[in-house]
Write a protein that binds this ligand. Sequence first.
Ligand SMILES: NC(=O)c1ccc[n+]([C@@H]2O[C@H](COP(=O)([O-])OP(=O)(O)OC[C@H]3O[C@@H](n4cnc5c(N)ncnc54)[C@H](OP(=O)(O)O)[C@@H]3O)[C@@H](O)[C@H]2O)c1
Length: 309
Amino acid sequence: MKTINIVNGPQNVSSIIQGCMRMPGLSKEDAAKVIRTGYDCGINFFDHATCYGENGAAESKFAEAFPLTGLKREDIYIQSKCGLCFDRNEFDWSKENILASVDDSLRRLNIEYLDTLLLHRPDVIYDPEEVAEAFDILEKAGKVRFFGVSNLVPMQIELLKKYVRQPLVINQVQLSLEQSQLIDQALYMNNKQTEFSVNRDGHALDYCRLNDITIQAWSPLQFGMFGGSFIDNPDFPELNKALAEIGERENASKAAVAIAWILRHPAKMQAIIGTMNPAHVEDICKASEVKLSHHDWYALYLASGKYLP
Ligand SMILES: NC(=O)c1ccc[n+]([C@@H]2O[C@H](COP(=O)([O-])OP(=O)(O)OC[C@H]3O[C@@H](n4cnc5c(N)ncnc54)[C@H](OP(=O)(O)O)[C@@H]3O)[C@@H](O)[C@H]2O)c1
């Protein structure tokens, strides 16, 4: 498994992260298998959020399962996110909510600190001074080691940076071969003939690279917002053909090649996988060994329905 060092953040983290959003439906035994299989394949980073499952069910399930894995807290990095409050139909970055959310996550996960805390989605009426106060309190209390954001455009990060004292080391955003708008806008720049040129994120990719913010790519196998996986999906014949061809050459599954496409990007991103099937975890982790040439990267991109302008 490839590892990366997050600048100003945790070191030697796996380039593949196990996302836990789909964990609430599992038994604790099955959840333990997912965690342990990933760990044995080199995954040492686990992504949570207060809103994954009713009343933080993903975090609770993870905590129930963890003792069955034989792992110690220090063996892994645990990340959670707060601020997205489905139960109240709002996004909330108030100091009160950030502090309460972290306490809830720590209690549910049965741990004393989060390695990283991300603000999940922008609360557009937040007060940045409150976020700064909350981060200081959490850092001083040893409850959170590093901080970051998710789904934020560069100017929102700039605003936060004006107030918070800790470096923002991660931006977690959507990216897959089928949802590649993070990359498309640069390629089709200023092209009136196509929607691909629309700048939807204020150049988040270049901004994050310029500012040493690690991008974590969520839903790396999904099409649409949560349309389902494009792997083996008959609606994506060209893409599956290209993934299969490279997979055969590299002795890897199509899913592993799709993840390798993200890891091949020089921005040194992490890919957050969501499968709850240990066999899928095992074969996706081979992504780390897949060697994609410059040409392969473009061939996959084009097979996903784009063209060179
Ligand atoms: N920051 C945000 O706003 C945000 C939003 C969404 C998600 N996330 C994070 O990103 C993580 C991943 O999201 P995701 O679950 O949508 O990611 P994903 O890895 O793109 O999709 C996983 C889904 O694809 C299915 N799948 C079908 N064929 C597969 C194959 N061959 N190999 C692997 N999976 C296959 C899986 O089913 P099986 O389980 O049957 O394999 C699972 O239902 C989440 O757990 C969460 O941590 C963050």
